[in-house]
Design a protein around this ligand. Structure first.
Ligand SMILES: [Zn+2]
Length: 882
């Protein structure tokens, strides 16, 4: 499904923080609760949340009358259906529309339907007479309102002009027109849209016919291939466009008026990405055209609609030649959405509980494409499971494959569909090899093309090409929450338990884990794959080993621990490991610390060993882990921390300098930015502040003069250190530059880098979030930014209390439900108390918000537990350094 959006930097830091705060308690209560059915009272388990299979749609026509300058629209739809058993009721989905008429027609007979709405947006059209089995057409006329919440059919106002976009995944098509809005109803559609003549109208398929009458243009699109409702898309507005040449089908990029010349970079790369995927799947792109749309107000990153893929504008509107690190995300998202054209679109999950099938594969295929086409972007070094381990240790985390009844169920733990799912696929690929993996995927695609699947279909396809019992392994990982910690004793005994963080209790589970061991015995380095599926296993060969590393090439989805003497032996031979493996040792020890299995000294021992490495990617991991300790920095120890940074890390930044050169590779650029950010924030170094002010001013005068990674950090450091009297001036200059800027990424760098703590400017930042300058989809990020800047959230909640109605009305529904988690997760008891007081009266009013509050509470409490557990240990470590 949609690629999740991140406004790099802002939200990344929220996630960096949440990666600390994980736990696990008895989860899954939601799963088991529904099994308890009281005969007297209707419970959730009794309520039908899906349409019956006794009436099947076969083809749907939709005609919509849309004017972007008018908030209401009207429409008519004819759905051909087969009634399989006699009935009086026909079900369909519809939400927030007004159904003006509904009837079932067959030849000359017509059954008027009286429509009532029940739970889960299911509408029942009831006929007075019984409807016999046979073929009918369900005719519905309706009226609707365009919303601004960036789902369903929505309005986006950009530079004083209105545009209409759609976002139907996961259950939003029902907000635009009545339909059988479930992914297993894969049927052809034919869309007709009428709009004022000057508007551009684009749909999933090429145009079949255009007519104009009385200033209204009516576009009939060609009938689609069989597809689910969530992949339908259309857009109406005065777009400009640019052609994408070199594809296997025609393609264009549609952009808001005036922005066509900002698409050169992506136009250059789209054809090679598509060709690479066609080659991987062994099947040509399956549709007749492939258009892209740059959407100026979009909650998510992108959406893989058939033939009309929508993207956040920042992913398509770029400089002609962005720097190496700025290329990474747009290219990766494009590869992800194009991979969905096969995984998700050509072959679709039968129901939302298998959404991970879509997302895991699109993510895996995107990484594969990035490694193949753009080795310079270093995707081969990325350890994807690190992006999942934090959330997957949470006390209330759900399994990737979970019960889904409603839209909030889909969104709960959505990120793990991508990150954990990709990690599991990567683990399989590393076991059976990329070629066998590809063979399994191609067989699966060919067997199920144009159809629907469940997870078992994929497991079967992969089992067929491998000697391993992959089904058992995948089931354990995808149907259980969490992941194992594997402890290796000196005597070769292996024990697995469920990984959990300090202070948390969890229901224990076991997994089938493929352990790819590297160890040295009698001076020889050996490799071996062992399947661990019990609580304990004995491997005598490891008792003899000089050292052992249990995660060859760092592809395993587990944590591991070894005894102190074994760690010393491993560190003495650390250069026997590659850079992924070295990073894995460090991340693993940081996790063990958070699980209270080792002390701060053990992590620092690994960290110091890797900080001396020659490879910037490895040093960056060390700097990243050191930065994660920042939550333990306070008034009492900040001088000691600053001294440590100035002593050990400032020389490294001085050597790199703050100027980016053409020769710098992606790792060097990222290491520089990371060091700059850590040292700028905590080293209390006047010279660095002075340099930051200079760079920030240079960028504000000319945003093309400094790369945005450095510029964002420079603005943060400069504003953070500005004198009381200067803060208003900084704010005004930044907002002025923001209004002048054209590229979305430049705009984001400007406003989401500001760091102010004084009341007047904090309120100015928050007020800005409510203006038209910040789109609804970006509004929450401004609030997140302010929350992150403030140690004490009093000002934040003072403003929120006064402005909550305006804020919640402006933000997309998805952000409203996630707001507690994104905005309010904290490591302070006082902040948490304010958050609880703020959300208590509203959390049941907004769909999904109660779950957001639960996650916020879990993560905040976990962070506080970790803080109290490790504060003294960290202080002692700093004192030793002095
Ligand atoms: Zn996706």
């Amino acid at each position: 499904m949609k690629q999740l959006s991140t406004l790099a930097g802002v939200v990344a830091s929220v996630f960096a923080f949440t990666s600390l705060s994980t736990t696990a308690v008895v989860a899954q209560e939601a799963q088991t609760a529904s099994a308890v059915v009281s005969p007297a009272k209707k419970t959730l388990a009794d309520v039908e949340y899906r349409l019956p299979s006794t009436i099947a749609p076969t083809f749907q026509r939709i005609h919509l009358n849309i004017d972007p300058d008018n908030p209401t629209y009207s429409g008519k739809t004819n759905i051909d259906v087969t009634v399989k058993t006699p009935t009086k009721k026909v079900g369909f989905y519809q939400q927030d529309l007004t159904v003006t008429s509904a009837r079932l027609v067959s030849g000359s007979s017509s059954f008027p339907l009286n429509v009532t709405i029940e739970e889960y947006d299911i509408n029942w059209g009831e006929s007075q007479n019984e409807i016999a089995p046979g073929k009918y057409t369900l005719e519905i006329t309706f009226e609707g309102k365009v919303n601004t919440s960036s789902d369903g059919m929505y309005l986006s106002r950009f530079e004083e002009t209105n545009y209409i976009f759609t976002q139907f995944e996961d259950m939003h098509a029902r907000k635009a027109f009545p339909s059988f809005d479930e992914p297993n109803f894969k049927i052809p559609y034919q869309m007709t849209i009428s709009s004022p003549e000057h508007q551009e109208i684009v749909g999933n398929t090429p145009v079949e016919k255009v007519t104009v009458e009385n200033g209204i243009k009516t576009v009939v699109f060609e009938k689609t291939k069989p597809m689910p409702t969530y992949l339908i898309a259309y857009t109406v507005g005065p777009f400009d466009s640019a052609e994408i040449s070199g594809l296997s089908v025609p393609g264009k990029i549609y952009v808001p008026k005036g922005y066509a010349d900002k698409t050169k970079f992506v136009i250059k790369h789209i054809p090679e990405i598509l060709a690479s995927l066609e080659d991987f799947f062994g099947i040509k792109y399956p549709y007749k055209k492939m258009d892209f749309v740059a959407v100026p107000n979009f909650t998510h990153g992108a959406m893989e609609n058939v033939g009309l893929i929508t993207y956040r504008d920042s992913l398509l509107l770029l400089e002609d030649n962005p720097s190496v690190t700025e290329r990474s995300r747009p290219l990766n998202v494009i590869a992800h959405e194009l991979a969905h054209q096969w995984f998700g679109n050509l072959v679709t999950m039968a129901w939302w509980d298998d959404l991970w099938l879509n997302e895991a594969f699109a993510s895996w295929a995107a990484s594969h494409t990035m490694k193949t086409l753009y080795p310079e972007l270093n995707y081969a070094d990325r350890i994807v499971q690190e992006g999942a381990f934090g959330a997957d240790a949470s006390p209330t985390v759900k399994p990737v494959k979970k019960v889904v009844k409603s839209q909030p169920d889909v969104m709960d733990g959505l990120g793990l569909n991508y990150s954990k799912g990709e990690s599991i696929l990567q683990m399989i690929e590393s076991l059976i090899g990329t070629e066998k993996f590809r063979e399994g995927v191609q067989n699966y695609m060919n067997t199920h093309a144009w159809g629907n699947t469940v997870a078992d279909d994929l497991w079967r396809a992969l089992d067929e090409v491998s000697d391993f019992n992959l089904s058992a392994m995948m089931k354990a990982y995808l149907e259980q929450p969490g992941y194992p910690l594997i402890h290796i004793s000196k005597d070769g005994k292996l024990t697995q338990s469920r990984f959990h963080l300090a202070g948390a209790t969890v229901e224990d589970k076991t997994w089938a884990v493929p352990l790819k061991l590297t160890y040295q015995s009698n001076g020889k380095i050996l490799n071996e794959v062992v399947f661990i599926d019990k609580e304990t296993t004995v491997l005598p060969q490891l008792a003899e080993a000089d050292w052992v590393f249990p995660n060859d090439n760092a592809t395993g989805y587990f944590r591991w621990s070894i005894e102190p003497a074994q760690l010393n032996a491993l560190l003495n031979n650390i250069d026997a490991l590659n850079k992924r493996e070295k990073k894995n040792v460090l991340y693993n020890y940081q996790a063990l610390l958070n699980a209270d299995q080792v002390g701060v000294d053990s992590v620092m021992k690994v960290l110091n060993s890797l900080a001396k490495d020659d490879d910037p990617a490895v040093i960056r991991a060390a700097v990243g882990v050191l930065a994660e300790f920042s939550y333990l920095v306070n008034e009492d120890n900040k001088a000691a921390y600053a001294k440590l940074l100035n002593q050990n890390y400032m020389p490294l930044l001085n050597k790199l300098t703050l100027s980016q050169s053409e020769q710098d590779n992606a790792d060097v650029i990222r290491l520089r930015n990371q060091l700059f950010s850590l040292l700028g924030t905590h080293s209390n170094n006047d010279q660095l502040v002075e340099q930051s002010v200079k760079i920030a001013k240079q960028y504000l005068a000319d945003t093309s003069s400094v790369p945005s990674g450095i510029a964002g950090t420079a603005i943060e450091i400069a504003t953070r250190n500005s004198e009381q009297g200067e803060q208003g001036t900084w704010f005004n200059t930044i907002v002025e530059a923001f209004k002048k800027a054209q590229l979305p990424n430049v705009k984001s760098t400007l406003v989401y880098s500001m760091y102010f703590e004084d009341k007047a400017t904090v309120f100015k930042m928050l007020d800005l979030a409510l203006t038209d300058d910040i789109t609804p989809a970006n509004t929450m990020y401004m609030v997140v930014r302010v929350a992150r800047n403030l140690d004490d959230h009093t000002l934040l909640y003072e403003w929120l209390s006064k402005n909550k109605d305006a804020l919640l009305a402006k933000m997309p529904d998805y952000h409203v439900s996630r707001m507690p988690e994104f905005v309010s997760t904290t490591c302070s008891a006082e902040n948490l108390e304010m958050a609880n007081a703020f959300y208590a009266p509203i959390s049941e009013t907004y769909q999904g918000m109660a779950r957001g509050v639960e996650i916020m509470q879990d993560e905040s409490q976990q962070c506080m537990r970790l803080k109290s557990a490790f504060q003294a240990d960290f202080n002692a470590f700093l004192n030793e350094q002095l």
